[in-house]
Design a protein around this ligand. Structure first.
Ligand code: ZN
Length: 288
């Protein structure tokens, strides 16, 4: 039997943490918890997440219709409901506008990987969705291509959304992501970003596998992929206006002598073609 009052209390606690870490200005952000097949607890609209009381939280159905509660549900509830529809295992969703991750959302800069061990294990590659006006179903639909492959997403020119089995777990991914984005920006200001080798990154993926965390990079599909140079969501970048501008892809360093023929020189064919194209374009631009 679920203790609904305790869940509402937990939502208020996470609201306070979101507000105190400046992840949501004024009345921004929203939190939901799925408590039944067709029942979701939802934070209210036009209410600061730092000062929520259990009584402020409303109950909505899976279509977003308010079932009970004295305050109107958040206007961004449809985004949360779409995640529950796509992922039966998910019980809570947290959406907010953490400044460092949102800076990447505005710059449309993909999150570089193979840098921080914790991030490799807990987050993996992070997608950036295509921009859509917030609130409606077409905004909610922007998460569909990625929702099964990750537990945290960056929403272009908007913020983040993360989800898990409890409200605290749903919030963790946001906090880890924003903290990572902040470190990336600081390191870049210092002038150098050192990448882990692909071999060392694969060791982290092995640990992740051992601990029971799923990662698409650990599947057959990406077995022969240079996981550091190639983000698994890169096929979505062009459509969403996402491009590496601030962070170069890491140099392909192989630590394993048993590299496959396609990567024998420490670089895969796709990366090589890209590098050559970029160089030709650069020289043509210089001449023109
Ligand atoms: Zn928002």
């Amino acid at each position: 039997m679920q203790n609904i009052h305790q869940i509402k209390q937990d939502m208020c606690d996470i609201g306070r943490r979101i507000y105190n870490r400046q992840f949501a200005a004024a009345n921004d952000g929203n939190i939901t918890v799925r408590v039944g097949e067709n029942e979701v607890l939802c934070t209210p609209t036009l209410h600061c997440k730092g000062f929520l009381k259990p009584d402020d939280i409303s109950l909505v159905d899976m279509n977003g219709k308010q079932l009970s509660g004295r305050k109107k549900r958040s206007s961004e509830a449809l985004l949360h409901l779409e995640i529950y529809r796509q992922r039966e295992d998910i019980k809570s969703v947290v959406h907010c506008h953490p400044p460092h991750a949102t800076a990447f959302a505005i710059a449309r800069e993909p999150i570089p990987q193979c840098i921080l061990p914790e991030v490799e294990v807990f987050l993996g590659d992070v997608p950036i969705t295509k921009y859509e006006t917030p609130g409606g179903q077409s905004f909610a639909d922007t998460i569909i291509p990625f929702v099964k492959k990750t537990n945290v997403m960056i929403l272009a020119n908007h913020g983040t959304v993360s989800y898990g089995e409890t409200v605290e777990q749903a919030y963790w991914w946001t906090e880890i992501l924003d903290s990572y984005c902040r470190m990336l920006m600081l390191a870049r200001q210092l002038g150098h970003v050192a990448y882990l080798s692909e071999g060392k990154s694969r060791e982290l993926l092995d640990l992740k596998d051992k601990w029971g965390y799923k990662d698409p990079r650990n599947t057959e599909e990406f077995k022969n992929c240079d996981i550091c140079a190639n983000d698994i969501f890169r096929d979505s970048w062009a459509d969403a206006g996402v491009e590496r501008r601030a962070f170069e892809p890491p140099p392909a360093i192989k630590t394993s002598p048993a590299a496959s023929p396609a990567t024998a020189n420490g670089i895969d064919e796709e990366t090589l073609v890209k590098l050559i194209t970029n160089e030709v374009m650069r020289q043509m631009a210089a001449k023109g």
